[in-house]
Structures are given as C-alpha cells and as structure tokens.
Design a protein around this ligand. Structure first.
Ligand SMILES: Cc1cc2nc3c(=O)[nH]c(=O)nc-3n(C[C@H](O)[C@H](O)[C@H](O)COP(=O)(O)OP(=O)(O)OC[C@H]3O[C@@H](n4cnc5c(N)ncnc54)[C@H](O)[C@@H]3O)c2cc1C
Length: 487
C-alpha cells in the first residue's frame, strides 16, 4: 500500500455486524485508491460475524434467524452485493405469489393490491377489500380532500395515519405492516425518522392517494424505458443472507476481523494521544481512529467513562428485543394454500405473533420439496414479555398461532429460535434531534465515529449507505496531519 505521509494509520472498528464490516471494506478499498496507508481491525464480541444477520442450514432448509431479504428501491444493498461479486446470487421474490395477508377477526385477508406500507397505489382493491368497513374506506378516501398539515413539525406515525386515513386504516393495515418492520408502537415512532417519504408526499401532493397515483404513473413510464436485469421490490441471496457478511469479511486482508473480541472501554488520555481500545480479554489496542459500529446502548457502555454526555445521548435511543422462530412442516400438515409471502397481525387482533413470512413460498430453494418453511416474528416493543419466554414455550405459542391462522397441524419437522436482545432501535419522536446531538457531541473528539442501525435507517440498504459515509469521513479525518499517531 502506498503512503503519502510515510506513516501507517490504524482504524479500529468495534462491531462485526453488517455496518462494521461495510465500514472496514470501504476504508480498505478507498485507502488503496487514495494511496493512504491504513491498517483496519474489526473487533466482534461474538464467536461469529454478521450481528443480526444469521443463517442456519439444517436438513435442506435455509433458516434466516435475522433479516430474510432487503428492499431494492434503495440501491445500496444491491450495489454492494454486485461489488462483492454476489450479483448473480441475488434472487427476487417469486412473482407467482407477490402478495401478503393481514389477519382480520382471526382469518387471513389479502392486503389490498398496490397498498405499500401506507401508500395506496390503486383504489379499486381497497374498496373491494374486506379488511376495512365501509365507514373505514370512506374515511380513508377523505385523504383526497383533507387539507395538508400546515407546519413542518414532526408527529408520531399513528397521529399522521389517523389524520390522513383515520383510525381504522391505522389499526387494520398500517400498524401491522409497519409494526413488522420496526417491532414498534406507532404511537411512539417519529414519522420523519422512520418513513419521511410520506410527510413529503403529503407536502407535495396534499394527499397520499394522489401522490401514490403519481408515483405509479412514473414507475410505469420508467419501466417502459428500462432495460437490463431488474429485481422485484425485495431480494435475498441464493445461499442465505449470511453470504453478505461472509463476503465482506473475505474481501478484507486476512486477520482483519477478530471474533470473541469483546471491547470493554474506549478512550484516550488527551486529544493528541492515540485512542486506546481495551478488550475484555487481551492487551489493549492503540488506534488513530475508532468507529463504534455497535448498538447505541453498547456504544454508550464503551465510552461511559470517556464522555458521559455522549453516553447519555446514546442511551436515549430505546431498543426493543424480538424473537424469530423458523418452523417447518410437511406441506400436507398446513391447510392454508399459502398463496402469498406471509401474514402480518394487527395488534388489535390480540394474538401472540407480530408476523409470519412463508419463506419457502417467497423465495426458491429455501426448503426441500413437499415441505413448508415459515419465519415467525414475536416480541418487540408491543409484546416485550415474549422475549423473556423460554424456547420451548415460544415453540408452543408459534405452533398454536399457526394452527389457528393457517391450519398447521401436528409435530413440526423443525423449530429453531433466534433471539435479538435489544437489537431493534426505536426511532421515537425526537429521534432526528437526538441523532443530531449525538453527532455534535461525538464531533468534539477527533477521529471518533459512529455507525450502525441506531441512527440513520434500520434496513440493510440504509445501514450500508451510512456505513460507507462513515468510512469516507474516517479516511478524510486520517488525512488530516493533526491526527495523532497510533504507536
Ligand atoms: C430481528 C431483525 C430482523 C430484521 N429483518 C430485516 C429485514 O428483513 N430486512 C432488512 O433490510 N433489515 C432487517 N433488519 C435490520 C438489519 O438486520 C440491520 O440493518 C443490520 O443487520 C444492522 O447491522 P449493524 O451492524 O448495524 O448492527 P448489528 O447487526 O446489531 O451488529 C452490531 C454488532 O456489534 C457487536 N458488539 C456489540 N457490543 C460489542 C462490544 N462491546 N465489542 C465488540 N463487538 C460488540 C454485536 O455483537 C454485533 O455483532 C432486521 C433486524 C432485526 C434485529
């Protein structure tokens, strides 16, 4: 590696999830291109990399204990996969069953066609859907005539939806669809931090329905102009989602990533000294720059002693715990035709699961022929007690729920529980201001950076984009001659 200034910088990245690994790859790549000499070290507390992303392969089943796919209309996920040589492994959802269900009075009803999160691209399917009462539908249509909000202040997701579409659309459609992503209570979530495109649609078109029509028209005309490989709205990786973190790690120089390397503390005695990274086990490491790519609460613990104010701000981002149970049956054990990608469950239905994906329908090669694989989501901010339930009880709950909802009967072929303790940040009201304060406070320390799911978007593409930006900021700071040497 070339070195303009004649010295080698060391960057320590704490956290070997998608964010930490993406920061590492980008730094290594760009440093080479910029002829900067940088040694990168990634420290991961667990015995495996990938963080929330975890894939298991058992008896011909590919089980996703974390994310099962990612969205393609934010390009950074697809772009990274292609750059890593995984382009030909990206697979789209099976077009044969591109729809989802929502539970109404214990039964599965299709989500009205064209309804995405809270964007009704077509009115016909909503009008004919049994999900909303006549009154609920009329109230939703009032979106076309209601005035737009006259100020730019933030509001909760539930207040926004109630204002535009009414209470029934919130309870029956939007809460279950959004709840499955954020595992959150919509009365707490900030609309601007979670789904800023919707207030923007209201601002621009005065109505979400009109905005959706406009987008549909635009999408049609860009489809007619488009050429080359195209994907559906969601893609996964043919051999499982952990292919992505594994490929990221493989793209780094050997020895860069260290697992079973939990960090205890980060600090430095004064601003001209290098950073000191203390491990739970092993000698401390010195670095010119540190990237905290851990959950915000974990980052708070790391810098508690060094900067208690920053730690306090980081702790102000709440996190929810959730569980995913992968469960498989023989096809003949499940009565429902499973002619969709899965089902979301409104909180007002009072059931114990948040959602279930029919993984073997959604993507090819997830389960042996003649079987069905489902991925069931439980817990989150609205049902925290379920996270504390033991594995055997969780499996019983899931079997009962699937029995009631899709007519699953008898002993499953397998059931595997994956837990995500305090892994899902809740972008509650004031989140954007909190993140701004965190960034401002962190900027008081040269060469200290934050990356990860806690700040600028929870989905895989958003995390990738934020991580790449963090890598660029890190390299820019290292290029500053005032940066202290590591050794
Ligand atoms: C249950 C669940 C389902 C999801 N489903 C989807 C989905 O379907 N599609 C989608 O796009 N996104 C999904 N997401 C979001 C997606 O997983 C994230 O965007 C992404 O994986 C976050 O990566 P990260 O590296 O920021 O965080 P994490 O994956 O949480 O990684 C943080 C890492 O830091 C490590 N760490 C913590 N403390 C220390 C320490 N002291 N020392 C060393 N290491 C430490 C942790 O062990 C962990 O490996 C889901 C998230 C969850 C939790």
């Amino acid at each position: 590696m070339g070195d303009g200034g004649g010295r080698q910088n060391r960057v320590v990245i704490i956290g070997g999830g998608l964010s930490g690994l993406t920061v590492a790859r980008r730094i290594v790549q760009r440093a080479d291109a910029l002829r900067q000499s940088v040694e990168v070290v990634v420290l991961e507390a667990r015995d495996r990399i990938g963080g929330a992303i975890q894939t298991q392969r058992i008896d011909g089943f590919t089980l996703e204990g974390g994310p099962d796919s990612f969205i393609t209309n934010k390009p950074w996920g697809v772009e990274l996969c292609r750059a890593l040589g995984l382009g030909d492994q990206l697979i789209s959802t099976d077009p044969a069953h591109r729809r989802s269900f929502v539970v109404r009075q214990g039964r599965l009803s299709p989500v009205p066609e064209g309804f995405v999160l809270m964007s009704p691209h077509r009115l016909g399917p909503i009008i004919t859907s049994p999900i909303l009462s006549v009154r609920g539908k009329l109230r939703m249509l009032m979106d076309l005539v209601l005035p737009r909000k006259d100020d730019d202040s933030d509001e909760s997701l539930s207040s926004f939806v109630k204002r535009r579409f009414g209470r029934e659309a919130l309870d029956r459609l939007v809460q279950p669809l959004v709840g499955g992503i954020y595992t959150a209570d919509p009365a707490e979530l900030s609309i601007k931090a979670t789904l800023p495109q919707f207030p923007e649609m209201e601002r621009k078109y005065g109505s979400l329905i009109r905005a959706a029509w406009h987008q549909r028209k635009q999408a049609r005309s860009s489809e007619s102009n488009a050429s080359g490989a195209r994907y559906g709205l969601f893609v996964t990786l043919a051999e499982g989602m952990d292919t992505l973190p594994l490929a990221l790690a493989a793209s780094l120089p050997p020895g860069t990533v260290k697992t079973n390397a939990a960090v205890r503390r980060v600090g430095r005695p004064d601003p001209v000294s290098p950073w000191l990274i203390e491990l739970l086990d092993g000698p401390p490491i010195r670095a010119n720059a540190v990237v905290l790519a851990t959950e915000a609460h974990a980052s708070a613990r790391l810098i508690d002693a060094f900067d208690p104010t920053l730690a306090l701000w980081l702790r102000a981002i709440p996190y929810a715990s959730s569980v995913i149970v992968n469960i498989a049956y023989r096809r003949d054990q499940v009565a429902h035709p499973l002619d969709g990608f899965g089902v979301v469950v409104p909180a007002i239905e009072g059931r114990s699961i948040l959602a279930a994906s029919f993984l073997s329908v959604k993507f090819p090669r997830r389960a042996p022929a003649g079987t069905v694989l489902m991925r069931v989501f439980l817990g989150g901010a609205t049902q925290p007690e379920l996270f504390d339930t033991d594995d055997e009880m969780l499996k019983v709950i899931v079997r009962d729920e699937l029995g009631a909802l899709v007519g699953a009967k008898g002993e499953p072929l397998l059931a595997e529980v994956a837990r995500h303790p305090r892994a899902m940040p809740q972008y509650t009201l004031g989140h954007l201001e909190r993140v701004a304060s965190i960034r401002q406070q962190a900027a008081r320390h040269s060469c200290l950076f934050l990356a990860g799911i806690g700040y600028d978007g929870v989905g895989i593409p958003d995390c990738i984009r934020a991580a790449e930006q963090t890598a660029d900021s890190t390299l820019a700071a290292l290029a500053d001659p005032a940066t202290p040497a590591a050794a």
